[in-house]
Ligand binder design. Structure first.
Ligand code: ATP
Length: 250
C-alpha cells in the first residue's frame, strides 16, 4: 500500500542543516495498523506531513499503491485515498458539524449516519450536529469532530496524529474500539502517531522513531518491552533524556 524509500527532510537554520527525517525506509500493507511512537521532537508528525504532502521531502520517494506520489499535491493524494487528522485541528467558522461530515463523505449523509460517526468518538449527536466548527468548541471536542470527519471520509489510508491529545478517558476508550473496528470492517490502512499504550496495543506493527530515524520496528511483543525499558531508565531510545508527558504513557 504505502512505501517510503530513503525519505529525508532537512531544514537549514543559521548554524547548518538539521536532519528532521533521516533516510527512512518503511513498507505498509493494505489494512495494516501501524503505530508510530517515540520521544517528542523525533520526527513523527513530519513523516505524516510528508506522506500527506504538507511538507516536501528533500530526497527520497513515496509510493502509494505502486504510484510515485512524491511530487503530487495534497489534493491529488487525498483523491488517491490518503486522509490525515491533524495534531491540532483547524477551525472552520461558518461550517456546521453536519456540513463538514457531508463534505468529508463526499455525499449527503443521513442524520442517523452522522450520529453514528459522532457517537463513535464519544459526542452526543443532538448537541453537536448543528454546531459551528469555531472557537466555541473545546480542544477535545474539535479533535473528536476532526476524527469523526476522517471516519466519514473513509480513505484507503487514514493517518491520525496523536488522537488521544486532549481527549478524556471515557471518549478515549470509545476511540480505541472505533479504530480497531474500522480497520477490520473497511480493511483500511491506519497510521496512528501516539504515545499511549492502549493505542500501541492496537498495532499490527510498531515503528519507533527518534532523531529522525527508525530506531526499531516490529510486533507489540518485541517492541513494547523495549519502550517500557527505555521509559523506566528515563531515557529516549537514543539515550537522550526524555520526560514522560502523560501518566499512562507506555
Ligand atoms: N519546517 C521546520 N523547520 C524547522 N524545524 C522543524 C520543521 N518541522 C519540524 N521541525 C522540528 O523537527 C523536529 C521534529 O518535529 P515533529 O513535529 O516531526 O516531532 P514529533 O516526533 O512529532 O514530536 P511530538 O511527539 O512532540 O509531537 C522538532 O524539533 C521540530 O521543531
Amino acid at each position: 500500500m504505502l512505501e517510503l524509500k530513503n525519505l529525508s527532510f532537512n531544514v537549514e537554520n543559521g548554524e547548518g542543516i538539521i536532519e528532521i527525517v533521516d533516510d527512512i525506509n518503511l513498507y505498509m500493507e493494505d489494512g495494516e495498523i501501524l503505530v508510530i511512537t517515540g520521544p517528542n521532537g523525533g520526527g513523527k508528525s513530519t513523516i505524516a506531513k510528508l506522506i500527506m504532502g504538507i511538507e516536501k521531502p528533500t530526497s527520497g520517494q513515496i509510493l502509494f499503491d505502486g504510484v510515485d506520489i512524491t511530487d503530487m499535491s495534497i489534493t491529488e493524494r487525498a483523491k488517491l485515498g490518503i486522509g490525515y487528522a491533524f495534531q491540532q485541528p483547524p477551525k472552520f467558522k461558518g461550517l456546521t458539524v453536519k456540513k463538514l461530515l457531508n463534505l468529508a463523505a463526499g455525499r449527503k449523509v443521513d442524520e442517523e449516519v452522522c450520529c453514528r460517526y459522532l457517537s463513535s468518538v464519544g459526542l452526543c449527536s443532538k448537541e453537536y450536529i448543528n454546531r459551528e466548527i469555531d472557537s466555541s468548541l473545546s480542544g477535545g471536542e474539535l479533535k473528536r469532530i476532526e476524527i469523526a470527519s476522517l471516519m466519514a471520509r473513509n480513505p484507503k489510508l487514514a493517518i491520525y496524529d496523536e488522537p488521544e491529545a486532549g481527549i478524556d478517558l471515557w471518549s478515549f476508550s470509545m476511540l480505541v474500539n472505533t479504530f480497531e473496528n474500522f480497520s477490520k470492517i473497511n480493511n483500511q490502512g491506519i497510521i496512528i502517531i501516539s504515545h499511549q499504550e492502549r493505542i500501541i496495543n492496537l498495532a499490527d506493527r510498531i515503528v519507533l522513531i527518534s532523531n529522525g530515524k527508525i530506531q526499531n520496528q516490529g510486533s507489540k511483543k518485541n517492541i513494547l518491552p523495549i519502550l517500557k525499558g527505555d521509559i523506566n531508565r528515563g531515557c529516549g531510545c537514543n539515550g537522550r533524556e526524555v520526560t514522560a508527558t502523560h501518566e499512562s504513557k507506555y
